[in-house]
Write a protein that binds this ligand. Structure first.
Ligand SMILES: [Cu+2]
Length: 134
């Protein structure tokens, strides 16, 4: 009877370790995966109607000749769009819950407006921001 006690302790400890591994492991892995997806974006832009937060961030600074990689995520319940017309960038329609990745390299310094191209709310015209190329 006494000889089984250490074995029970070992089994209990292994069970607890296995349980921790199976619960914390997937959570940790999913967080690392999300971080790996976003690490090389110049900006990760969240799109919501202006009354719910607008584009965020609304001011992005980059350098001339820098390769720019933007992810635009529509976290809203309505459709949005995204364009920087002066640079010939247009992501087209962004359905609710979807995202698009845009890559380009600005060649001239300036202040470039970006804005939503899909009527999304009565405040749609305020849904805009600035890409500053230094
Ligand atoms: Cu809009």
């Amino acid at each position: 009877m006494e000889a089984n006690l250490p074995m029970k302790i070992i089994k209990s400890t292994l069970s607890i370790l296995l349980l921790l591994f199976c619960t914390i492991g997937p959570i940790y892995a999913s967080l690392r995966y999300e971080a790996s997806l976003t690490k090389d974006f110049t900006a990760d832009i969240v799109a919501r109607t202006p009354e719910k937060g607008n584009f965020s961030p609304r001011h992005i600074k980059v350098q001339v000749g820098q390769k720019v990689k933007l992810r635009v995520r529509n976290v809203d319940t309505v459709m949005h769009g995204f364009a920087i017309p002066a640079l010939g960038i247009d992501a087209g329609e962004l359905k609710a819950g979807k995202n698009k990745i845009l890559e380009f390299t600005p060649t001239k310094p300036g202040i470039y407006d970006f804005y939503c191209t899909t009527w999304c709310s009565e405040f749609h015209l305020q849904m805009r921001g600035i890409l500053e190329v230094e």
